[in-house]
Design a protein around this ligand. Structure first.
Ligand code: ADP
Ligand code: MG
Length: 237
């Protein structure tokens, strides 16, 4: 009985996923089909350049969505690379500085270790930090501060905390954060956290959220540490 339930739950998730993917891909495909037909019927139609640019954008959005789902299809990682998380996180915050300043948001980092390495795939872990920090910035439409702290736990785990002063997440939404296509944003895709969770899963890591509506959200990422170098006292930047 229990097995059966689990299977039907799984199938429901697969169905939800398939419907979402199909929907996301069908829209750009419909528009590409329309443009192709139009070019066939009117080979010398004026404004070609503009139409071709739209077509390229549509192709890019299909590309994006298939890339996101490739992560789900990847069963095992070749966990050969040693990655120091501190430079990686610095790089990501730098990358997001532009978006942050547009949103009137500051990003502050506090590293309580000198270095902390994990084994895994750098680009994938980078994606996780981009997704989570971006969400923190987007949660503060009227500005505020994102605080990122990195701590070593007994030389065994690395704890990365990303705290914002944003809109917060309701109890009901907290349960849906990792569902594919769950979004509360007008232009959101609702894939960032699903993909991040899968990547962390592949790295034997975890992602959890605690939040208070109207006050802000704390995202906590833990990853098994390969090595940790302690600091005598915290550095801030
Ligand atoms: P997207 O950002 O495209 O909406 P995500 O998977 O990244 O997709 O996030 C899903 C949803 O989770 C968001 O739409 C938002 O409602 C909620 N969320 C995630 N992070 C935060 C945060 N820091 N503060 C408030 N809500 C958040
Ligand atoms: Mg997001």
């Amino acid at each position: 009985m229990e097995e059966k339930l689990r299977l039907s739950e799984k199938l429901a998730v697969v169905g939800e996923l398939a419907a979402g993917v199909a929907h996301e891909i069908r829209n750009p495909l419909t528009s590409l089909k329309g443009f192709t037909q139009m070019f066939k019927d009117h080979p010398n139609i004026p404004g070609r350049e503009e139409y071709l640019n739209i077509m390229l954008e549509e192709i890019e959005s299909i590309n994006l969505i298939t890339n996101e789902f490739m992560v789900l299809a990847k069963p095992h990682l070749t966990m050969t690379m040693r990655i120091d998380l501190l430079p990686l996180i610095r790089q990501v915050t730098l990358l997001l500085t532009g978006q942050a300043s547009l949103n009137n948001t500051q990003i502050e980092t506090q590293f309580y270790i000198d270095s902390g390495t994990v084994k895994g795939e750098e680009n994938q872990l980078k994606k996780v930090f981009v997704n989570v920090i971006k969400n923190a910035i987007e949660a503060m439409p009227h500005g505020g501060k994102v605080t990122i702290t990195v701590t070593g736990i007994q030389n065994e785990n690395l704890l990365i905390q990303i705290k914002d002063e944003g809109v917060g997440i309701s109890e009901v939404h907290l349960k849906q954060l990792f569902h594919p296509f769950f979004t509360t944003k007008e232009n959101g895709k609702g894939l960032g956290l699903m993909v991040s969770q899968k990547i962390l899963d592949n790295h034997m890591g975890h992602l959890r959220f605690t939040s208070t509506l109207g006050e802000g959200t704390l995202a906590e990422i833990t990853l098994p540490a390969e090595s940790v170098t302690e600091l005598p006292s915290p550095t801030a930047s």
